[in-house]
Design a protein around this ligand. Structure first.
Ligand code: ADP
Ligand code: ADP
Length: 223
């Protein structure tokens, strides 16, 4: 089973603007797929449809063998960081992740809390309220939350926002190792260099369409 299959996806916002205009692509096990494109290309709109945060006007998304659509969100089953994780500001980073895990209804023993908190690299701040966090710290906690429970599919929308260069390099290794276990990572970015260094495969979007896709090494050779 292919973990993620996007087929003919279309999204037109209520003002009539067609942000996603018939895109099809897939992500296989072991791949780190970069959704690459300039601001406004339709990456976030696509990501929102992948988890059912918004519904598509046409086309289908199949995640881990199941169709995502109106009324069938897959948030929780897939790990996702899309448009801000919405943490509770008065709770600590650790408490926020505990609350998130509890909301998924999954067994407490399956929560690899310490493992993902190590990825967030927050030091002593894990036990301080999230309202005291910088944007980068919140972003790292959001990535950690998405990885909680080691989901087979990890979706991250512009995860390097607010991260400094050493943290970006660190994340690169984390994502590669994550996919090496046969899991799948999809990460959006507007930076070609970032996708080239992090991803095994790339889907290039421009004005709501896929203009190029394939293995990163093939595309780099072609240019
Ligand atoms: P829908 O067509 O899915 O109902 P709406 O047009 O009602 O979406 O907008 C949903 C949200 O997106 C609103 O909070 C709105 O402020 C925001 N929004 C509207 N236009 C834009 C835009 N051009 N870019 C980003 N966000 C926008
Ligand atoms: P990206 O993530 O690649 O920057 P987005 O998916 O956020 O692209 O946006 C694609 C296009 O859709 C942009 O032109 C944006 O302004 C527009 N857009 C996003 N959300 C809305 C909305 N709710 N209503 C109207 N237009 C929107």
């Amino acid at each position: 089973d292919v973990p993620l299959v996007v087929d003919g996806l279309v999204k037109e916002y209520s003002n009539g603007f067609r942000a996603v205009d018939g895109v099809s692509w897939r992500a296989e096990r072991g791949q780190v797929v970069g959704l690459l494109g300039p601001n406004g290309a339709g990456k976030t709109t696509t990501m929102r449809m992948l988890v059912g945060l918004i519904s598509a006007d046409a086309g289908t998304v199949r995640v881990l063998g199941r169709e995502v659509g109106a009324g069938s969100r897959v948030l929780g089953e897939v790990g996702a960081l899309i448009e801000g994780p919405g943490f509770l500001p008065h709770l600590t980073g650790r408490q926020n992740l505990e609350a998130y895990w509890e909301a998924t209804g999954r067994p407490r023993a399956d929560a690899n809390l310490d493992e993902v908190l190590a990825v967030a690299d927050l030091g002593g701040a894990v036990d301080r309220p999230v309202r005291s966090y910088s944007h980068g710290m919140e972003q790292r906690l959001g990535i950690a939350q998405a990885m909680l429970g080691t989901p087979d599919l990890l979706l991250l929308d512009e995860p390097t926002n607010g991260l400094d260069p050493p943290q970006i390099r660190g994340l690169r290794g984390v994502l590669r190792r994550y996919a090496e276990g046969g899991r799948t990572v999809v990460v959006s970015s507007h930076l070609l260099g970032e996708v080239e260094q992090t991803c095994s495969h790339v889907v290039v979007m421009h004005r709501g369409r896929v203009v190029l896709s394939g293995a990163v090494e093939d595309l780099v050779q072609a240019t």
